[in-house]
Design a binder for this molecule. Sequence first.
Ligand code: UDP
Length: 324
Amino acid sequence: MRVLITGGAGFIGSHLAESHLERGDDVYIIDDLSTGSMDNIRFLQDNPAYKNRIFVHINTILNHDMMLELTGICDVVYHMAAAVGVQTILDKPLESIVTNIQGTEKILEMCNKFKKRVLIASTSEVYGKHLHAPLVETDNIIYGPSSKFRWSYAASKLMDEFTALAHHRTNGLEVVITRLFNTVGPRQTGAYGMVIPRFVTQALKNEPITVFGDGTQTRTFTYVKDVVSALMKLMASEKATGQVTNVGGIEEISILDLARKIIDMTGSTSTIQLIPYDEAFGKDFEDMQRRVPSTEKLERLTGFAPDKSLDFILSQVIAYIKSK
Ligand code: UDP
């Protein structure tokens, strides 16, 4: 099978590429390296077992001719390219909206032209600011005002979901929509704000751990290999067509407890530094207080749900960052 992965040099995209190569597929990657990196995929290109099976195009998904060619060649498309991380959204609001909305529109248009099955990577951000748990795909969506730019990410991804669903309804296009919950693992960088690589790096340097707000906000982290398994199974599942499905992990933890756990696991002498949100992100910021997935639907559709413990995930990330 020929698989096209947009954002294939990114953190999740590169793990997905690796798994498809291991399975024997040909992998086509398009990535503009805005947040992705050749370091994530060079070892795949250099692996003799994958010779003539990995094709990398450094280009934007907004390049019509390139997307026309790649979509035409491949059998299925994973659309993983997106503006990544809260920091990126706040630093480059316009670019982020254009990438997320126009990029996805273009991919869907191409997939519809060639009738190629496509998986759209959406995000748990789409749910907005709920306090209940777990979040179920049919839940209402609650956002803050448009002055708080964080919500532009959620709104743009929600528009991507609607556009994909509309293609399914109108054109019968086979779309699969996944809402990813805080994916973590080796190759993730802390450069765009992601909390676990940041905390682990700080702990290993015995520097203060920067907890934003009062640290009572919670997240549920998902191991990247589990995410890749879920994406591949959803791509293969007839029942997932035209559906929105959560992909998330199992252990809810507050950010303060996460900081303590990482200090403990690394044997660090770091202290914990509470930083007010407006100092970290400016005054127009609003955090999500709680984010816990229901994976009942994922399990029903694929027979699989992520099950890696937070201890396991952290041990993998610590080993990776130490090795760098
Ligand atoms: N966070 C933090 N310190 C950091 C980076 C992030 O306290 O150095 C917090 C952030 O405010 C959020 C949580 O950790 O409450 C998860 O942040 P991340 O950017 O990893 O993901 P998201 O906000 O998209 O869930």
